[in-house]
Design a protein around this ligand. Structure first.
Ligand SMILES: [Zn+2]
Ligand SMILES: [Zn+2]
Length: 279
């Protein structure tokens, strides 16, 4: 699978790819690289420089240099086209001796940074933890609180520097448009704010504001802000895969135009929350 915006941000990479290592691949000490992985390898090393067939008859040519994530130590691994027609499939040999032998069912990945091809692996849970977009920062609570402010009530814990520079007025506008209801399910019950005497709702940016660093398109927009009850807001950030996906799907279905902001598919939004299928 190709890196999404969140992985590019996390690894500071222009391009990258990741997938699951099968038990079989681990056992056989060889990984089959297809699709975006094959493309990455071919583009980086050059189709001509990658030999066809087995390693033995092309010892020097088959050996390719990678940088091992995270420390950047140089590792050399054998890479060949198993088929003579050099079709999109490549075979990468993994070995403990060469310092790269990912476990079965772990995630292995490659990415390009500073003209080097990095390679690495980690357990799937670790991968998901590492790749979830930083959604809360120290100003998150203050941002939500700021939505409760009125002229006569200054809660104003919002620091001068909201690192995501979100405009509270946009959030308020969204909540008003939604008639003070939860966008996941308008029947969700809400308590009233003691400050506004209106139903309490939170504002959530479905495409996380943290991605503003990697996209020129504005993410603090009316379309991207969703009015959620506190239960759903916590759930989209912290619930298990099925519920988080269900919330994302329903919100995207409600405002599909948000996919145009970064020209992405709903599945890529799953990866921002680390609930995507990895294959
Ligand atoms: Zn949120
Ligand atoms: Zn709700």
């Amino acid at each position: 699978m190709q890196f999404g915006a969140n992985q590019k941000l996390k690894f500071n990479a222009q391009i990258g790819s990741y997938s699951i290592v099968t038990e079989r691949e681990h056992y056989d000490s060889q990984i089959t690289a297809t699709d975006s992985e094959a493309e990455l390898l071919i583009n980086f090393f050059g189709r001509e420089s990658i030999p066809i067939g087995n390693v033995k008859s092309n010892k020097l040519q088959a050996l390719k240099e990678f940088k091992l994530y995270p420390d950047g130590e140089k590792v050399k691994l054998n890479l060949v086209f198993p088929k003579p027609d050099k079709t999109a499939e490549l075979r990468l040999y993994i070995s403990s001796k060469a310092s790269f032998k990912p476990k079965g069912n772990s995630v292995w990945f490659m990415f390009e940074r500073d003209n080097a091809l990095w390679i690495g692996s980690m357990a799937e849970t670790e991968w998901r933890d590492e790749n979830v977009i930083i959604v809360y920062d120290e100003t998150e609570g203050a941002y939500q609180d700021s939505l409760l402010e009125r002229d006569e009530i200054k809660i104003n814990k919002l620091k001068a520097r909201d690192i995501f520079s979100r405009d509270r007025n946009l959030a308020l506008e969204r909540i008003q448009i939604e008639k003070y209801q939860c966008e996941y399910n308008p029947s969700h019950s809400l308590f009233k704010s003691r400050y506004t005497h209106l139903p309490y709702l939170e504002a959530h940016h479905l495409i996380p504001m943290a991605l503003q660093k990697v996209t020129p398109q504005k993410l603090d927009t009316l379309e991207n802000i969703f009015s959620l009850c506190p239960y759903c807001h916590r759930a989209i950030h912290h619930a298990d895969k099925d519920l988080t996906r269900d919330i994302i799907e329903r919100l995207v279905h409600k405002r599909p135009e948000i996919l145009n902001i970064m020209d992405i598919k709903a599945a890529e939004i799953f990866s921002f929350y680390s609930v995507e299928d990895i294959y």
